[in-house]
Write a protein that binds this ligand. Structure first.
Ligand code: GLN
Length: 477
């Protein structure tokens, strides 16, 4: 992104030209990929014109002024729809904008449009969008992952230079891995969720998706920061981009949890991630085996909590306050009809499961038990970070699967086997591409760090990315 910023600064390109380039690209490829639910041509061009005008007048500008972005459709924007890819909010326009949108605007960045997702961010393939599926730009017969599949596909297909996604159990990192882009789930409390449509409030974070680790770091620095309208926002949340990264990793220790390389992991993914770990070692990092023994419970724990919290958060869609309303002679029937028509199958499944785990008779056995296991899972990571700086794992057990391939919801949930741990424990975690499999599909590597140590993730990520690029360009491993 530094090159684009330089071109804008030296008038080699204008923001209008840049935005036009991405709009042209969207027009050329999005009928196949369908990454966007809404493209705001007029709005983006108007913002680009305003940026060019600010620059012409010589106003003090953010370095990223004039560089456009795409936004996942569960983040509230004013003047464009915010649908969460649900019939429930099909015609919904938010009366206020999310804090991250205010920050994006303060940085002068035009918004290209809103990207497709699984309905209310529930899913791992974007097949649960109520409107249409998004396709993986690397293979149109495959899913882009989810739930931020539209944002990942848009960045991968060159329809946007970067995008915002959200991650509750893996929804930035899993589609990032499937589409070969970088994505960060920040530390819980580092990015304001004011104006994010909640899925599970104890897990949700907004994060950057970009083509390189350095770009993800820049976008993260734009959106991170304290906001007193989000009660979980951390006072020292701001982040400054590192001026320079070292050319080696001496003095950095990397933990490898062997449990993540066991059954269920595609051998090609394992091989590629292990090669990258070897590369980290060659770069000077100290690689140590570690153990995260409770991660085998992370999907069960995650599902218990995510369904419980979702059933509560989605109670607000009652036909009275937001979006869809199906009229009926009495109130209860109106609620029933509205919710029956407005929600898709996965959302209904989760509301029912969540209601069940919260019932008085099952609350202790399911919800409270999951909360206790969550503590054990978090303690595993805490223990790990007493001896290593970052943890390295595969991001996903497999590369992108075929559209329609995962009919069994439980199989779909296993996509998050390696990612949910960071949401449950609140740690920052990043996915970055580390290779491709024999089918030509991207493979993602995950870096997890201690709370608020995104700087360590970006250091290791940037050094590794540089080294991977040199190998790709013909160097020796
Ligand atoms: N795929 C996970 C789920 O279905 C994660 C969703 C998310 O992170 N928003 O719940």
């Amino acid at each position: 992104m530094k090159e684009l910023a330089h071109k804008l600064r030296t008038s080699q390109v204008s923001s209008v030209e840049l935005v036009q380039h991405y709009l042209d690209r969207i027009r050329a490829v999005d009928s196949d990929i369908r990454a966007f639910l809404y493209v705001d041509e007029d709005g983006a061009i108007a913002e680009a014109k305003a940026s060019d005008e600010r620059r012409r007048r010589g106003e003090p500008l953010s370095p990223w002024d004039g560089i456009p972005i795409a936004i996942k459709d569960n983040i509230c924007t004013v003047g464009t729809p915010t649908t969460c890819a649900s019939r429930m909010l099909e015609n919904y326009y938010s009366p206020f904008e999310a804090e991250v949108i205010t920050r994006i605007k303060q940085a002068g960045m035009p918004i290209l449009g809103k990207t497709n997702m699984d309905e209310f961010a529930m899913g791992s393939s974007t097949e649960f969008s109520a409107f249409y599926i998004t396709r993986n730009p690397h293979d149109l017969t495959r899913v882009p992952g989810g739930s931020s599949g539209g944002s990942a596909a848009a960045v991968a297909a060159g329809e946007a230079p970067w995008a915002l996604g959200t991650d509750t159990g893996g929804s930035i990192r899993q589609p990032g891995a499937f589409c070969g882009v970088v994505g960060l789930k920040p530390t819980y409390g580092r990015v304001s969720r004011w104006g994010l449509v909640a899925l599970a409030s104890s897990l949700d974070q907004i994060g950057p998706m970009a083509r390189t680790v350095a770009d993800a770091e820049i976008l993260f620095s734009i959106i991170a920061g304290h906001d007193n309208r989000d009660s979980t926002s951390w006072p020292n949340a701001a982040y400054r981009v590192m001026d320079a990264v070292p050319d080696n990793l001496k003095g950095i220790s990397v933990g490898v949890p062997e449990e993540f390389f066991a059954e269920g992991l595609d051998p090609e993914v394992a091989c590629s991630v292990r090669q990258a770990i070897k590369m980290l070692e060659n770069l000077g990092a100290e690689v140590k085996p570690i153990s995260l023994p409770h991660n085998i419970y992370s999907i069960d724990t995650y599902l218990t909590l995510v369904t419980a919290e979702a059933s509560s958060n989605l109670a607000r869609y009652d036909g009275v306050r937001y979006g869809l309303r199906v009229e009926a002679p009495d109130c209860t029937t109106m609620f029933k009809k509205t919710r029956t028509k407005g929600f898709g199958p996965e959302v209904k499944r989760r509301i029912m499961l969540g209601t069940y785990v919260l019932t008085a008779s099952h609350h202790e056995a399911f919800y409270e038990q999951a909360r206790r296991v969550r503590t054990l899972i978090a303690q595993d990571l805490e223990q790990a970070f007493s001896s290593v700086d970052v943890v390295v794992t595969p991001t996903t057990p497999t590369t992108a699967f075929r559209i329609g391939e995962k009919q069994d919801p439980l199989q779909m949930y296993l996509s998050d086997s390696y990612t949910a741990i960071a949401n449950l424990a609140g740690n920052p975690a990043l996915t970055m591409p580390c290779g491709i499999d024999r089918k030509g599909l991207p493979i993602g590597l995950q870096l997890i760090a201690d709370h608020f140590r995104e700087d360590l993730i970006f250091t290791v990520g940037r050094v590794l990315e540089q080294s991977l690029r040199e190998v790709e360009a013909g160097g020796e491993l």
